[in-house]
Design a protein around this ligand. Structure first.
Ligand SMILES: Nc1nc2c(c(=O)[nH]1)N[C@H]1C(S)=C(S)[C@@H](COP(=O)(O)O)O[C@H]1N2
Ligand SMILES: [Mo]
Length: 450
């Protein structure tokens, strides 16, 4: 299994995936043979992934092995600049992957989400505009509640802390575009894998209590959020992002005005001194550097509310097509997602290793996770794992499992979560849309034994 041969099959996949599959799995039209590797194909694929493919008999035809999936993303057409870049930011783990410099966006590789509660050093960063200067006097930060209210409110953070009861909860914050990189053809935007998410302990006051203090009118049906970050252009008249939610969501007891994250004052990069937390829904509604919430009598139409932004198709559209805006609805609850946080993708284990311990996390927007399964044979058989309970609503659920490995060689570990409504993660990113929302295919990692 020479180096030369290894490059050949990988290169072939980059240049002509159809032909690479035909080489490995037999002619694509030959239905009877698809899904079973022929001898030459098996040797080529084994060389490419670095070891004997133990469960080759059930490896689906056309599958890009997890060991090569990252390389596949580096294909020339997949804009080189969008692959993971080295990352450096004060207080942040250099293991985060930089997805964009301007605005600054970085995700957390799955194996760095291995803590019960994601440390600040590992928490993902998503900005749409410029990062504001750190507030010199956090308690003097002002928040305005206006619009469809009887008594508009202007209140400082210091007053918020005194006037309302402090609340804490563990909650997942997840970018609406999490999983976008799994779409084919490629969708527009930051190429998140599964790491546009983290679970922190958030402390603040109930958003509902503060809205009630302003006396919402009967006409109030929707929120509109505004923050202090400037548009990338520097033009103060342009709004970076202004999203909102239906009022009943905003009134849920877990929606918070947050000033502390993991028991520390909210850092500037995460929207300090004051941000919103609307758990279970796309991260973009959890406004950072929050200055104003306006109650409206209709759906909000701010930056990020219209067109294809944070919207998904009602009826399936042609992948890669343009899409009809009338066929789109606002993405609200995030879909179910489970990840393997240990071992890391690409882990090499000593020859003779016959059992490994797995760890992971799973969450499901407004819902909970009912079950989590893992497979080492490309989904032919599944094993149910030990799944923990959320510490409170909107917390993620940690899971553990022990799996047997019958021999040395190449394995893929697949992990698939099922939500409390019985919905499972699909095999591939579903319901293609131009900006790639809702991409929650099952998570898979490559492991090489020996
Ligand atoms: N003011 C403001 N709030 C914002 C954003 C932003 O660009 N500006 N980005 C949103 C998006 S898209 C996400 S996913 C989360 C990310 O929060 P984090 O950077 O603290 O992880 O913040 C949201 N709140
Ligand atoms: Mo986001």
């Amino acid at each position: 299994m020479s180096d030369k041969r290894e490059r050949t099959i990988v290169d072939l996949r980059m240049e002509d995936p159809e032909r690479a599959d035909a080489t490995i799995f037999g002619r694509r039209t030959d239905v009877s043979r698809r899904g079973f590797m022929n001898g030459a194909g098996l040797a080529a694929m084994s060389a490419a992934v670095g070891g004997t493919i133990v469960h080759s008999a059930t490896m689906p035809g056309g599958l890009i092995p997890a060991a090569l999936a990252q390389d596949a993303k580096k294909a020339p057409e997949a804009a080189a600049a969008q692959g993971p870049q080295p990352f450096s930011f004060p207080g942040k783990d250099p293991g985060l992957s930089l997805l964009g410099e301007r605005p600054l966006v970085a995700e957390t590789p799955e194996h760095l989400l291995d803590d019960e509660t994601t440390p600040l050093s590992k928490f993902f960063i998503r900005n749409n505009g410029q990062i504001p200067e750190k507030a010199a006097q956090p308690d003097a930060w002002e928040l305005t509640i206006d619009g469809e209210v009887n008594s508009p409110l202007k209140i400082t953070l210091g007053e918020l802390k005194k006037r309302f009861a402090t609340k804490s909860l563990y909650a997942v914050l997840e970018c609406g575009g999490n999983g976008r990189s799994f779409y084919a053809p490629q969708a527009r935007g930051n190429q998140w894998t599964n790491g546009g998410a983290g679970c922190a302990k958030w402390t603040g006051v109930s958003l509902a209590e503060v809205l009630k203090a302003a006396g919402p009118k009967a006409s109030a049906t929707y929120t509109a959020h505004y923050g202090a970050d400037q548009h990338l252009s520097g033009d103060p008249k342009q709004v970076t992002l202004s999203r909102g939610v239906r009022l009943p969501k905003a009134m849920e007891p877990e929606c918070l005005l947050v000033w502390a994250m993991n028991d520390a004052p909210l850092e500037n990069i995460h929207g300090g001194p004051l941000r919103l937390l609307i758990p279970g829904w796309p991260g973009s509604v959890s406004h950072k550097w929050l200055t104003r919430i306006t109650l409206r009598d209709k759906e909000h139409d701010g930056a990020g509310m219209t067109g294809f932004s944070y919207r998904v198709p009602i009826n399936p559209m042609v992948p890669g097509g343009k899409g009809d805006p009338k066929n789109f609805k606002i993405l609200e609850s995030m879909p179910v997602r489970g990840i393997i946080t240990n071992p890391a993708n690409g882990t090499k284990l000593p020859a003779g290793t016959r059992e490994i311990a797995l760890r992971g996390a799973a969450w499901a927007g407004d819902d909970t996770v009912k079950a989590m399964h893992v497979s080492t044979d490309y989904g032919a058989t599944w094993q149910q794992v030990e799944l923990g309970n959320p510490r409170n609503k909107f917390d993620w659920q940690r899971w553990t499992a022990r799996i047997k490995l019958p021999g040395d060689g190449y394995y893929e570990i697949w992990a698939r979560a099922t939500d409390s409504n019985g919905r499972m993660q699909p095999h591939a990113a579903p319901n293609w849309n131009p900006q790639g929302y809702g991409g929650n295919p099952l998570h898979r990692i490559a492991v090489l034994v020996g």
